[in-house]
Ligand binder design. Structure first.
Ligand code: BJW
Ligand code: ZN
Length: 277
């Protein structure tokens, strides 16, 4: 396998021909909005790495702690905005739609910044910070309350010295459906949990049909998303990685653009001279 190309003019030729583009994103696409990545500096909340709390076992052991963590992240998102990378993707989708071409975002992120930037075709592989699921009746609903329940008000401070609020389980977010009252959890996919089969199925269909793929801001270590870009590249489709670091999949892809997504995507996805005005 030859080293990936970093030629933007060559990528732009592939872009001009593409009719069905998949943009696969991870935490790095939101880094320039000030949202910490998982495995980079700032990936800690108190003394834990996010991945230690993003498990069903952590929620079982200490639902109060896990809810503090997600409450903090929900509140932080109120202070963050989509960046140039999210906006370039959303504008590209809108422009290409009028040309009968399709752009779809498959994101591992739960921060909803693609939606806020104006993307419409979005598959959220790992769920959303702003949806809850009842652990008893399984109902999934959108929830944008701030705070999500009175007991979490002013809780969730991220500094390592902050004390665990130890909120009794009956004061954590509870299901409002008549006769249920079950404990709510964030509607996100934790380690060891399966992805929503309908979402995974749609993602696989898009990946099977695309003729160009961009993989933006993901370390490509978490499965199943980690295998998406290499499997698209294996069927001869151009795949371009946008990441300031090399990853375990870089050498199996056609392009690698080494730098922040916000610096490269506006140029990569801008109107090509062959497009109608
Ligand atoms: C920039 C940038 C800038 C910085 N511009 N870039 C097969 C093999 C081995 C293991 C498994 C396997 N299949 C399943 C597993 C187990 C497990 C897994 O993958 N483990 C690995 C760690 C080894 N997977 C699962 O459990 C999944 N479930 C599943 O497959 O079910 C079936 C099954 C289960 C068990 C065994 C076998 C089958 C579920 C995974 C759910 C992941 N959940 C989380 C939390 C979501 C909720 C939350 O946010 O709290 O998802 S973990 C966390 O990692 C989060 C992320 O979406 C995910 C990926 O992270 P991401 O986005 O790549 O972020 P980072 O921080 O890692 O990388 C950021 C990148 O950005 C870096 O590369 C930077 O360089 C870059 N960057 N600035 C561009 N400006
Ligand atoms: Zn319920």
């Amino acid at each position: 396998m030859t080293a990936p190309s970093s030629s933007m003019p060559q990528f732009r030729e592939d872009f001009a021909k593409a009719k069905h583009i998949v943009v696969l994103t991870g935490a790095g696409v939101s880094a320039e909005s000030g949202v910490p990545t998982f495995r980079g500096a700032g990936g800690y909340w108190r003394k834990w790495q996010a991945q230690q709390l993003a498990t069903p076992e952590a929620f079982e052991d200490n639902p109060s702690l896990v809810w503090e963590f997600y409450h903090y992240r929900r509140e932080v998102m109120g202070t963050k905005d989509p960046n140039k990378a999210h906006i370039a993707i959303a504008e590209c989708e809108k422009r290409l739609k009028s040309q009968g071409r399709r752009v779809v975002v498959i994101t591992q992120n739960i921060d909803e910044l693609h939606k806020r930037a104006g993307s419409e075709n979005i598959l959220e592989l790992h769920g959303s910070l702003f949806k809850t699921r009842c652990t008893k009746c399984e109902e999934v609903i959108e929830n944008r309350l701030s705070p999500i329940c009175p007991a979490l008000a002013d809780k969730g401070a991220p500094d390592p010295e902050a004390k665990d609020a130890k909120i009794p389980v009956d004061q954590l977010p509870r299901c409002k459906k008549a006769g249920c009252g079950g404990l709510l959890r964030p509607h996100v996919v934790w380690f060891g949990e399966g992805l929503d089969p309908a979402v995974l199925d749609s993602a696989e269909n898009e990946l099977d049909q695309c003729d160009l793929c961009l993989v933006v801001g993901t370390s490509s270590v978490v499965y199943p998303a980690a295998m998406f870009a290499p499997s698209v590249a294996a069927r001869g489709v151009p795949v371009a990685e946008f990441n300031p670091e090399k990853t375990g999949v870089t050498n199996s892809l056609g392009y690698h653009f080494h730098g922040p997504a916000g610096s490269f995507l506006p140029e990569a996805l801008a109107r090509h001279p062959s497009e109608p005005e």
